[in-house]
Design a protein around this ligand. Structure first.
Ligand code: SF4
Length: 290
């Protein structure tokens, strides 16, 4: 079973069905956060940087709402890289711990929670230091040339502490399709303050950010496995996923991520996937067909 047992026609059939299913998926992030947090991500240039750094292991909703919560905790005082640096790592860690008290994912070990708090607070401070020293305290200065292609955005973001390959390709994909609060905020500020038009071209160079949901759904649909392999094995699936994305959406390969990620969160649960309700059941999905 698995990719080795699928002919090119079988793969093409799945690609075609993915394209049909994609029409149901809006070109927007498929998670919802409160309107105040959404607006803050748009109007404050540091907020999306902090949200991106937090976006691992916890839910995307909790990660992206944290900057707005933090702003409230700081009595809506200045929310800049310089101000965050002044608070220091220990204070950021304490605040993150308070915020996440009732939000930790079920089953996340105490030791992993502590590791998350240590790492993320440290990344936030390092990223803020970088923004103060290299970008004159303004994250928008990363994009002041205005016009970029997708790989350029990827590497600009990779320079930020706490932003790894998955997060950088996720944001580069959003920028390529001109969506998301961060993108909208940069466009507005650069146009208003410097008359710079922010634009990201060569959408066809976007990639699928590979995470647990993407690997899990891809592997089950293609019959590669029943249970998701450990993270260290994810890279083994990277070329197959990127090539399926290019075959399916040659103009915008990153589009495949929207479907895989959303299905992974809503239907394709680790232990009991909800195949009867899943839009990929008739793809056909090898796991569901068993
Ligand atoms: S049909 Fe079932 S196994 Fe296949 S992707 Fe959907 S939820 Fe996962």
């Amino acid at each position: 079973m698995g990719i080795k047992s699928l002919s090119i026609n079988d793969i093409e059939e799945r690609a075609q069905k993915f394209r049909a299913i994609a029409k149901q998926y809006p070109s927007q992030q498929s998670f919802a956060i409160c309107s105040g947090a959404e607006e803050f991500l748009k109007t404050n240039p540091l907020a999306p940087v902090v949200g991106t750094i937090c976006d691992q292991q916890i839910t995307a909703e909790d990660a992206w709402e944290f900057p707005y919560w933090l702003y409230g905790e700081l009595n809506q005082q200045e929310f800049s890289a310089q101000a965050i640096c002044k608070l220091g790592k220990l204070r950021i860690k304490e605040l993150l711990q308070v915020y996440l008290e009732d939000k930790w994912p079920l089953g996340m070990l105490e030791s992993d929670r502590e590791k998350y708090l240590q790492n993320i607070s440290s990344y936030i401070i390092h990223a803020c230091n970088y923004i103060v020293k290299s970008l004159d305290n303004n994250p928008d200065n990363m994009f002041k040339q205005g016009h970029y292609n997708v790989p350029q955005i990827y590497f600009i973001l990779r320079a930020l502490p706490g932003v790894g390959p998955k997060k950088a390709s996720m944001i580069a994909r959003d920028f390529a399709q001109a969506t998301g609060s961060w993108y909208a905020g940069i466009c507005e500020r650069l146009a208003k303050l410097s008359r710079i038009e922010f634009k990201v071209n060569r959408k066809y160079l976007s990639e699928v950010p590979v995470d647990v949901h993407v690997v899990k759904v891809f592997g089950r649909v293609m019959g590669e496995f029943r249970n998701t392999p450990p993270r260290v094995k994810f890279l083994d699936y990277w070329p197959d996923i990127q090539n399926l994305a290019k075959l399916t959406f040659p103009d915008f390969p990153g589009k495949l991520d929207e479907i895989l990620w959303d299905v992974g969160r809503k239907y394709c649960h680790g232990r009991q996937p909800d195949c009867p309700e899943c839009p990929l059941q008739a793809l056909p999905c090898n796991y569901a067909n068993r």
